[in-house]
Design a protein around this ligand. Structure first.
Ligand SMILES: Nc1ncnc2c1ncn2[C@@H]1O[C@H](COP(=O)(O)OP(=O)(O)O)[C@@H](O)[C@H]1O
Ligand SMILES: [Mg+2]
Length: 636
């Protein structure tokens, strides 16, 4: 068998942390980011980030390679049996506070189990408090199962409905959490009993003298799988946060809980104690250089540790794509999170192999992969926010087949066309389904960026919301291919038609039948000259039209130059065209741009000397010259 080529070996890994770890790539290709360090040291205990930003990666990494001394326990949705949770909810514990008792109970039992095992590592005779914990776990074995196996949350919930024995702590009465919970308000008994257990655990840590050298870390991840934007799931998450906060102080630093939460979930929560968590919050943010490093690490893990950045981005990948350095191009086409980059890079590799390019990835492979990736991302965006913004899917078509540059006025115009249908379909969201509300949402999900100063800012951390005076927005490059919005204004119609019609005639051989001298002497000659003059006048106007966004000016300039070229070519008899039609098409094109500039408010307050006014004037003159309008000569 022949050896695999470098492109065949290249692999950037799985796009979810759980399987990525199983494949070994997360282990070899893990990047210790600032976020990771903040979690390891316990400086931050509430990790917030979008899908695919690397929350689970930190989690599974910590769980698989525990920080020296101490223990790490992962609590995930998989442990939290949904069915039992629902069943439990039916029988009681309403409210955030009650849900926090539930989580505290889970943490206390896990900590007790950990402590009993951990005491053996300390060696010697276990202190009294640890013996009590051992007895407690033994007495409740039916509820908790074997402490050495990982125990499902569901089992524990069942335990809550049964009797929890606290005799080991010198308390005789059995506790029935669930029964008492029904009548909980004002009844402090379940909370008191929980405290008996918690005090027992705390004493165990104190007598063993664990903290701060040995910390027991609980990691809670994948809550999104339980969340459905209703009061019940909000309570569950808020309860978790309250419990986290509680144990942070209760166990004297011996137990710590770090929660990994999707930002859309966290941002949707409203609760009075919210401000308690500000200093614990960490929002995961990826810089371009971090992502670049991540890509290289992963490529090395598959191709070989000697791989250099220069080889990866110059020999394996093409050096440039669409005139940009490949890395710049790729990074500008992803939302800044590892999952997207991994998917995109793998797709480039996959496309190259599909195209038979085994030794190097070609520019065309990257371009094709970009298209496919863009389509995925559009679907994923809708999916990601299905719960938080279910109307997103309906908004996307507003951006199809038009330019990627959208003004507030243009957006309002488009929203007006669909707003009634949207309100009808999503009555609960009418408040956010206004032009301003839509801009806000589309910015926050990363679909639109906003013009700030000389650049376009896409959503980032810290989040500075769109300001009322900001009114130029750009579709994120990641979605442009899928939406057919790869030019700023989408006003390139003229170019295509003319180019196609000229080429068609050249190909069909019509050029050969062309008798230039017969035509040029007359009216056609003058028409083309007039068209060329109109183009030059507009090009001149463009130089001063500095209230029009630069991208738009560039695009119009390019198009007008094409028209000018076409006119010149027709003049020099390179191609046969219908001059009248050509002039009329150009006039229509100028008219369309002028209308767009006005409608979308692309020109600010340029007044009588505006580019739009100039375009309209040129358009009118050309139509007249052909013989439309008043039939005058067309000269002013
Ligand atoms: N620090 C990192 N180093 C290497 N790979 C990472 C890192 N963070 C995330 N990844 C990778 O990015 C992908 C998405 O991360 P994941 O943790 O599953 O996202 P989340 O849980 O936030 O949705 C996974 O393939 C994961 O292995
Ligand atoms: Mg995850």
């Amino acid at each position: 068998m022949s050896e695999l080529s470098v492109v065949e070996r290249l692999y950037f890994g799985r796009d979810d942390a759980e399987r990525d770890l199983a494949d070994g790539l997360l282990r070899r290709g893990f990047k210790e980011t600032a976020a990771y360090n903040a979690v390891v040291t316990g400086r931050k205990t509430l990790v917030i980030g979008r899908k695919g930003v690397g929350k689970s990666a930190i989690c599974v990494r910590l769980a698989s390679e525990p920080v020296p001394a101490g223990g790490v326990e992962l609590v995930t949705a998989a442990d939290i049996a949904g069915e039992e949770l629902r069943a439990f909810e039916l029988t009681g514990l309403p409210g955030d506070h009650a849900k926090s008792l539930l989580w505290r109970y889970v943490f206390a039992v896990r900590a007790a189990q950990y402590l009993v095992g951990h005491a053996e590592q300390h060696g010697g005779k276990p202190p009294e408090a640890v013996k009590a914990l051992k007895a407690f776990i033994k007495a409740n074995r039916e509820l908790f199962g074997d402490p050495r196996t990982s125990i499902g949350f569901g089992r524990w919930l069942q335990g809550l409905s049964g009797a929890l024995s606290l005799e080991a702590f010198g308390v005789r009465a059995a506790v029935d959490f669930a029964q008492q919970a029904v009548a909980m308000e004002g009844d402090a008994r379940p909370a008191q009993r929980l405290r008996v257990l918690e005090d027992g655990v705390r004493l165990g840590f104190t007598e063993l003298g664990c903290a701060p050298a040995h910390t027991f870390v609980l990691l809670v991840d994948q809550l999104e799988q339980l969340w459905s934007a209703d009061l019940e799931s909000n309570s569950l998450v808020i309860g978790l946060l309250l419990a986290t906060w509680y144990i942070g102080s209760h166990y004297g630093g011996a137990v710590r809980c770090t929660v990994f939460l999707r930002s859309d979930i966290y941002d949707s929560l409203t609760f009075t104690e919210g401000d308690k968590f500000r200093s614990d919050e960490l929002r995961i943010d990826w810089t371009e250089s971090d992502l670049e490093d991540l890509a290289l690490r992963r490529a090395r893990a598959s191709v070989g540790s000697g791989l250099t950045a220069d080889r990866l981005w110059g020999e394996i990948f093409p050096r440039t794509v669409c005139g940009q350095s490949t890395l710049t191009y790729l990074l500008s086409h992803v939302l800044p999170r590892p999952r997207d980059l991994i998917q995109y890079l793998n797709e480039c590799q996959y496309t190259a192999i599909g195209n038979g390019n085994r030794d190097r990835i070609h520019e065309s492979d990257v371009q094709l992969a970009t298209q496919r990736f863009s389509q995925w991302k559009l679907k994923d965006l809708v999916q990601e926010y299905l719960v938080a913004h279910p109307f997103l899917e309906r908004l996307i078509p507003l951006f199809q087949n038009s330019g990627y540059l959208v003004t507030r006025a243009a957006l309002s115009h488009r929203v007006d066309l669909v707003v009634d249908a949207l309100h009808h379909e999503f009555p609960a969201y009418t408040g956010s389904l206004t032009p301003d509300g839509i801009v806000k949402t589309l910015y926050e999900v990363g679909f639109l960026g906003v013009r700030r100063g000389n650049g376009i800012v896409y959503v980032g951390i810290p989040l500075l919301p769109v300001q009322p005076h900001e009114d130029e927005f750009h579709l994120h490059p990641c979605f442009r291919e899928a939406l057919g919005a790869t030019s700023p204004t989408g006003l390139d119609l003229y170019d295509r038609r003319v180019a196609i019609s000229i080429r068609a005639q050249v190909v069909s051989g019509d050029v050969l039948n062309f008798a230039p001298h017969a035509t040029w002497a007359g009216r056609e000659h003058r028409l083309l000259e007039r068209l060329a003059r109109a183009c030059r006048s507009i090009l001149g106007h463009l130089v001063h039209a500095d209230t029009v966004p630069e991208e738009v000016r560039n695009e119009i300039r390019t198009q007008v130059r094409h028209i000018l070229d076409a006119a010149d070519r027709a003049h020099s008899a390179e191609a046969s065209v219908d001059e009248e039609q050509m002039v009329l098409e150009a006039a229509t094109y100028f008219h369309t741009i002028a209308a767009r500039l006005r409608r979308d408010g692309l020109e600010g307050d340029a007044g009588a000397d505006s580019l739009a006014a100039g375009l309209t004037a040129q358009s009118t003159r050309l139509v007249r010259a052909v013989g439309g309008g008043l039939g005058s000569s067309g000269e002013a």
